[in-house]
Design a binder for this molecule. Structure first.
Ligand code: IPM
Ligand code: MN
Length: 364
């Protein structure tokens, strides 16, 4: 398989380097047929090529079996790069152009991190949930959008929360199918009480449940209530399906259960083509973290666990994915901690030492 690696901005290159070491391990020791192509992404392209997205990089992205992505967002991008260039080289363009509508964000509590979590152990024990965040519509892409000048000279910013029945339906089907492989329960999250698009969301997801997945446990939940339930009783959730914006917010909120966004991986998937292959992009859900970039202290486990998702969803190697997730759990159980997941008094290691710890556990 051809994997295009885009390390990107901030801590992206540091964490991606460790993820690539792990991916290479599966090529060397488990016979994964792997071609790696690495390309610059983000502000570095602007400095080198005067564009955020060279045509050749875009051609690689379109021809990839999977993309391993680091992070996007750089402070020197603000103001320097013109808006059309920013759009051309944006993560959002990739999501839209590759039609990566299903964003999987699993949140699982590693027992070894109980003390790193800000929550009580009785709340975090056994948390194992997965968001299916719709990723190619809603507030991020709806039109009209923009900033317009009003007759009095003041301005108005506009974005549109828009969902078609088809966009809702495919996210819902993905979530119900995923639930059947897990604990068979779906929570659909919306603001049906306020938004027309939310009421349509609820209607369509409910119909798909009744007509196609009546065997799957199902509930609707308002997004504000979901925010507090994620903090009070996160073990009640299995699969959560929600729109682009709520999914962004709530998955970060769920990250607090573990204690650090640095732990969380994601997969963004298209519908399968005739041959059953999905386009796919894998990335940690944390951002570029410019405040700690270049220091070698970022947690690479979100990126490394994204490789596990790649093995499961793009390489068709579920046993290898399980092996990698177990290796991460084992490294944590042996006490490997970057600063973001260390409890008071615990010794802290850097980004590449955490990569070493996972590789050692893989080989053990
Ligand atoms: C995420 C990020 C992105 C988003 C940003 C970087 C555009 O926060 O993947 O959650 O808002 O979707
Ligand atoms: Mn986000």
């Amino acid at each position: 398989m051809k994997v295009v690696v885009l390390p990107g901005d901030g801590v992206g290159p540091e964490v991606t380097e460790q993820a690539v070491r792990v991916l290479r391990w599966f090529a060397q020791h488990r016979g994964l047929d792997l071609t790696l192509v690495e390309r610059d992404f983000g502000i570095v392209n602007w400095h080198k090529h005067g564009t955020l997205m060279p045509d050749e990089t875009w051609a690689q992205i379109e021809g990839a079996d999977a993309i391993l992505f680091g992070a996007t967002g750089s402070i020197d991008q603000q103001g320097v790069v013109p808006p059309e260039e920013r759009r051309k080289g944006s993560l959002l363009r990739m999501r839209k152009a590759l039609d990566l509508f299903a964003n999987l964000r699993p949140v699982r509590m590693p027992p070894a991190l109980t003390e790193a979590s800000p929550y009580k152990p009785r709340i975090t024990a056994g948390v194992d949930l997965c968001f299916v965040r719709e990723l190619t519509a809603g507030m991020y892409f709806g039109t009209p959008r923009g900033v317009e000048t009003l007759p009095d000279g003041s301005r108005r910013g506009i974005n549109t929360h828009s969902y078609t029945e088809a966009e809702i339906a495919r996210a819902a089907r993905f979530a119900f199918q995923l639930a059947r492989t897990r604990r068979n329960h779906v929570t659909s999250v919306d603001k049906a009480n306020v938004m027309e698009a939310g009421a349509l969301w609820r209607e369509v997801v409910g119909r798909i449940h009744r007509e196609e997945f009546p065997d799957v446990g199902f509930e609707n939940m308002l997004a504000d209530n979901c925010a507090i339930q994620l903090a009070r009783a996160p073990t009640r959730f299995d699969v959560l399906v929600t729109d682009n914006l709520f999914g962004d917010l709530l998955s970060d909120a769920a990250g607090a259960i573990i204690g650090s966004l640095g732990m969380l991986p994601s997969a963004s998937l298209s519908a399968p083509d005739a041959a059953g292959r999905r386009r796919a992009l894998y990335e940690p859900i944390h951002g570029s973290a410019p405040d700690i970039a270049g220091q070698g202290i970022a947690n690479p486990l979100g990126a490394i666990l994204s490789v596990a998702l790649l093995l499961r969803w793009s390489a068709g190697r579920p046993a290898d994915a399980d092996h990698l997730e177990a290796a991460v759990a084992a490294a944590l159980a042996r006490g490997a901690r970057t600063g973001d997941i260390a409890a008071p008094g615990e010794a802290v290691i850097g980004t590449s030492a955490m990569g070493d710890a996972v590789l050692a556990a893989l080989a053990a």
